[in-house]
Each structure stands twice: as structure tokens, then as C-alpha cells.
Design a protein around this ligand. Structure first.
Ligand code: CDP
Length: 260
């Protein structure tokens, strides 16, 4: 059951310099924006970074997925979807604070398994093209960031949503490697080369569908994770975050298994 529902209230633009400084006020919430293409490891990395730093993770893609799942529930035939119908279904989606994250709920219930399913993945890019759906997601994400230090991840967090984020990171990786990781995570076994090749095709197609909104900010730090382990990439982002926020390592360390 989801508790403590957060309404989508539009917050004003932030007035923080990127990368170079902490904030106008030391009490302003910190925003670390992690963007990148499909299956580049944004969400798992963002979640881990948030745990290490003691921030909250907000996964904007999960909100697009939840809006898609809610629409599928009321209208299984995606051909008939209009922006209005998607927004009506999205009204049942809320963002609920957890220990170290915010999670989307539909009708107050946890939907993690449902939003990661193949059907949602197949239709989510189309939903994400709808301007009013994008505005709805952006409002929820900004609202979450008014009260907490956050690590947000998606496609346009460092550009459209938080142009003044404290730190911006853009994660990329070779499509084959992204497919291999995504399948290993889903199947909990080693995928075959044929399976990886099929998943690579789907990922490349989703990259094309999401190309308009997948934008690397000019001031983002680009990290190619193809040959990095996950602890290595988390370590790099945590180090960057500590450098720009001038906050030390009082929270847990990257190697802390509790942080994963
Ligand atoms: O599968 P992956 O983790 O890469 O994607 P996701 O982060 O769960 O996002 C699912 C979909 O939401 C993407 O394929 C995009 O269509 C859309 N999205 C977006 O348009 N803008 C964002 N900031 C985040 C996600």
C-alpha cells in the first residue's frame, strides 16, 4: 500500500549554478540529474547514489510507465489512446515517499512489477511524446525535489526539468552491453547471444523513439559505462556530488552493501 501521497504542484525554477557551486542557500535541496538512453543503468545507479548520499531517488521514467500502465488498465487497445485519455488515467497515479526513494502508485497501490512489464515498455515512448503528460511528470518530479535532496533520473532531467541542477550526469553505454545488462537483471541468468541481439534491436528502436527528449545538457558530465562496473560508476558520481556540494562522506560508503 502506498502512503503519504504527494500531489503534483509546480515548483518555480531553481537558482543554483551547475557543477561549480553548492547553492544560493546552503539549505536549498540538492538536485543530481542523471540522464541517458534506454537501459543505460540510470535508475539503478541513481538509486544507489541516493542511498550512499542519504538523498531520495526519483525515477521520472517510472512515472511515464505508471501513466502507461494506468491507461492500459482502462483501455487495453493502445491504438485508441488520446492525450486526454492518458491524462485521465494518470490522475490515478501518485508519487509516494519511501525510505530512499519516491515510488509511483496506481489507486494507492505499489505497481513496480506491472510498470516494468513488456506491454508497458512497448507503449511508454508514445505516451512520453504527449506534451501534457510530460508537464504532469515534470510537476511531480519538481514537487518531490522541493522538500528533499534528490537524485532524479530520466531523459531530460538536466535540460527541461532541472536546468540549474547541482550536478548533471549523462550515462551512455554500448547498446549490446545495455541489452546484456537489462536481460541479466530481468532473467536472473546469463542471456544467450540471440536473446541479447533481440533485446539490442528493441533498445535501439526505443532510443530512436525517445531521441527528441533524450538530451545531454551542455554542462553534464558524460560517463561511458560500457567498461565500468556498477560500483565504479556509482563511485564516480558520488565523488562528483561530494565535490560540488562540499559535503563530506558522513553518509554510507559506496561499498556498503546496504546501499545497493
Ligand atoms: O527502460 P529505461 O529504464 O531506460 O527507461 P525508463 O527510464 O524506465 O523510461 C521509460 C520511458 O519513459 C522511456 O523510454 C521514455 O519514453 C520515457 N521517458 C521520457 O520520455 N523522459 C524521461 N525523463 C524519462 C522517461
Amino acid at each position: 500500500m502506498c502512503l503519504g501521497l504527494v500531489p503534483g504542484i509546480l515548483a518555480g525554477p531553481r537558482s543554483r549554478d551547475c557543477v561549480t557551486a553548492n547553492a544560493d542557500s546552503p539549505t536549498d535541496p540538492v538536485v543530481i540529474a542523471i540522464d541517458g538512453p534506454a537501459a543505460s543503468g540510470k535508475s539503478s545507479t541513481a538509486h544507489w547514489v541516493a542511498s550512499v548520499l542519504g538523498y531520495r531517488h526519483v525515477d521520472s521514467g517510472a512515472l511515464y510507465r505508471a501513466a502507461t500502465a494506468a491507461t492500459l488498465r482502462s483501455s487495453p487497445s493502445a491504438d485508441s489512446w488520446t492525450e486526454g485519455a492518458v491524462l485521465e488515467s494518470a490522475a490515478n497515479v501518485t508519487l509516494s515517499p519511501r525510505d530512499t526513494s519516491f515510488a509511483p502508485c496506481i489507486d494507492g497501490r505499489d505497481v513496480e512489477a506491472e510498470i516494468r512489464g513488456a506491454e508497458v515498455t512497448q507503449h511508454v515512448s508514445r505516451v512520453a511524446q504527449m506534451p501534457r503528460v510530460r508537464a504532469w511528470v515534470n510537476n511531480l518530479v519538481r514537487d518531490a525535489a522541493t522538500r528533499h535532496d534528490v537524485v532524479v533520473d530520466g531523459r531530460d532531467m538536466g535540460t527541461a526539468v532541472f536546468p540549474n541542477a547541482t550536478l548533471k550526469v549523462f550515462l551512455i553505454a554500448d547498446p549490446w552491453e545495455r541489452a546484456r545488462r537489462r536481460l541479466t537483471q530481468q532473467m536472473k541468468r546469463r542471456p544467450t547471444d540471440t536473446e541479447i541481439a533481440e533485446e539490442t534491436d528493441r533498445i535501439v528502436q526505443r532510443d530512436a523513439n525517445d531521441a527528441t527528449q533524450t538530451v545531454q545538457a551542455k554542462d553534464a558530465v558524460l560517463i561511458d559505462t560500457t567498461y565500468l562496473t556498477q560500483p565504479e560508476q556509482v563511485d564516480r558520481i558520488v565523488a562528483l556530488a561530494r565535490a560540488v556540494t562540499h559535503r563530506g562522506s558522513e553518509a554510507s560508503s559506496v561499498d556498503d552493501p546496504e546501499s545497493r
